[in-house]
Design a protein around this ligand. Structure first.
Ligand code: 6GU
Length: 254
């Protein structure tokens, strides 16, 4: 069973984790998710977690001590005095920040291999640099736009990771055929009715020919990727037949 700890100033925001696949994965014992309120680890009468930046300027910066104390408590036996990158640490300690490495399906796959993850939700204005340099082992962003805090980003990462855990998806939804798992976008999907307002479902999908259906789906995935995300074709794993079909698309013949 994987364990995920999330350190946040807004634990109430994580209700999304109690639904759907994330809920099922938890009740099935595939993952154990623990929320920790950063303020609980702050000291003093006011339990202050942030302060204005040294040197002036706007915004507030998360103080290092509550974050270090929280992480040390959460990962009880974790040694945080050494730089965490040299003696490779037992578990990833991930800071959610727009300055992090851009999150991808391959990072989700990488994270899904670990027994334990700790996500720290930053805030846009910033986190004391000593947290980055001396505590975290990884920094992740979910894209080039500004969010108020790392909470939504942490839920995105948890969702993408948990659905990769063996047994998380029902038989109907295999993670291997998802968009991006194959390196391509998925082609179109259709369901009942076969004729909706005169608009027909492609005949091949109702033909019952498994081989023809698989080939059509592959070609439509290639077509959609060619149209919308040609950058993905540079890294996708392509067969000779795939390359031939892309040649047809390029020539305007498909
Ligand atoms: Cl991880 N945090 C914040 N605050 N904004 C983001 C982000 C993370 N990823 C994209 N924008």
């Amino acid at each position: 069973m994987m364990r995920i700890d999330i350190l946040t100033l807004l634990p109430e925001a994580f209700t999304y984790l109690n639904y759907s696949i994330l809920q099922r994965a938890q009740t099935a014992g595939l993952v154990d998710i623990h929320l920790h309120y950063l303020r609980d680890f702050a000291t003093g009468r006011h339990r202050i977690t942030d302060e204005p930046p040294f040197g002036g300027g706007g915004g507030m910066v998360l103080k290092p001590d509550p974050i270090f104390t929280a992480v040390e408590n959460i990962l009880q036996d974790h040694q945080v005095n050494d730089h965490p990158l040299t003696p490779s640490p037992p578990h990833p300690i991930i800071l959610m920040t727009p300055q992090g490495r851009p999150f991808t399906q391959s990072i989700a796959q990488e994270l899904a291999q670990h027994k334990r993850l700790l996500l720290i939700c930053g805030r846009y204005e910033g986190v004391d640099e000593r947290v980055r340099q001396r505590l975290v082992t990884d920094e992740i962003s979910i894209g080039d736009y500004v969010l108020t805090g790392g909470e939504l980003a942490a839920m995105v990462v948890v969702d993408a990771v948990v659905r990769l855990l063996p047994g998380a998806l029902g038989a109907e939804g295999a993670a291997e055929t998802d968009s991006h798992a194959t390196g391509l976008l998925e082609g179109p999907h259709y369901t009942k009715p076969a004729n909706f307002r005169g608009w027909e479902v492609p005949e091949v999908l109702r033909s019952g020919h498994a081989g023809q259906i698989a080939r059509w789906r592959r070609q439509e995935a290639l077509r959609r990727t060619w149209d919308r995300r040609p950058d993905l074709l540079l890294t996708a794993v392509l067969s000779e037949e795939d390359k031939w079909f892309l040649g047809q698309l390029a020539a305007g013949e498909a």
